[in-house]
Design a protein around this ligand. Structure first.
Ligand code: URA
Length: 203
């Protein structure tokens, strides 16, 4: 990819991306949101239904879990850059006679096709810390062998400048089978993000 001069240029270019077939099913490219120089970059999987409609990452139910956890650990979302490994919504028609759009995990090829955008975001934003939310983002950035279940909440050895770590995807907390499981999952998510808060504030 040609070097870009800034986020707005990247965003404009990404809007016309046809590197995989997801541009045919998503409403629009959902590019990352935040500022150049943001201290922390959160990388999710792909936009969901709300994100696809609004054109902004993490503004639906999973985004609300992320927002609450950021408040709980004292990270101001306005100081973060929030993006996804894949920038189009992959879905299939589901309930209510096909009216509900059911999330489908992106394929490895789709993740690979989108990777240049993620790399370009990293290059332009230059965060101090990168946080992968869930397995798709973790495997896209940290390698296919990475396991969030056992390696979450640890700093990863990698050859690039930002510190990197991974935690669960906030939507996995929403899918917990009952309130107790949800509380435990949320507490684990917050504990992982507390490490990130510590790293960016230098406490
Ligand atoms: N899930 C994600 O991975 N990203 C979003 O932007 C929303 C939901």
């Amino acid at each position: 990819m040609e070097p870009a001069h800034g986020l707005e240029e990247l965003r404009r270019r990404a809007a016309d991306c046809t590197a995989c077939d997801l541009y045919k099913v998503g409403t629009q490219t959902v590019f990352g949101e935040g500022e150049v120089g943001a201290e922390v970059m959160f990388v999710g999987e792909q936009p969901g239904d709300q994100e696809d409609r609004q054109g902004r990452p993490f503004v639906g139910p999973a985004g609300r879990v992320l927002d609450q956890a950021l408040v709980d650990v004292g990270i101001d979302r306005r100081r973060a850059f929030v993006t996804n490994a894949v920038k189009h919504f992959r879905w299939a028609p589901g309930g209510r006679g096909g009216k509900v759009r059911i999330h489908k995990k992106p394929t490895a090829e789709q993740v690979k096709a989108c990777r240049p955008w993620l790399e370009a975001e990293l290059e332009v934003v230059r965060p101090k810390v990168v946080v992968c939310l869930g397995a798709t983002a973790a495997q896209a950035l940290l390698g296919r062998a990475f396991r969030v279940s056992t390696e979450h909440g640890q700093w990863v050895e990698w050859p690039y400048e930002p510190m990197a770590t991974a935690t669960v995807h906030p939507s996995s907390i929403l899918r917990a089978p009952d309130d107790d499981a949800r509380r435990v999952a949320y507490a684990g998510f917050v504990a992982d993000l507390a490490l990130v808060a510590e790293a960016i504030t230098g406490d």
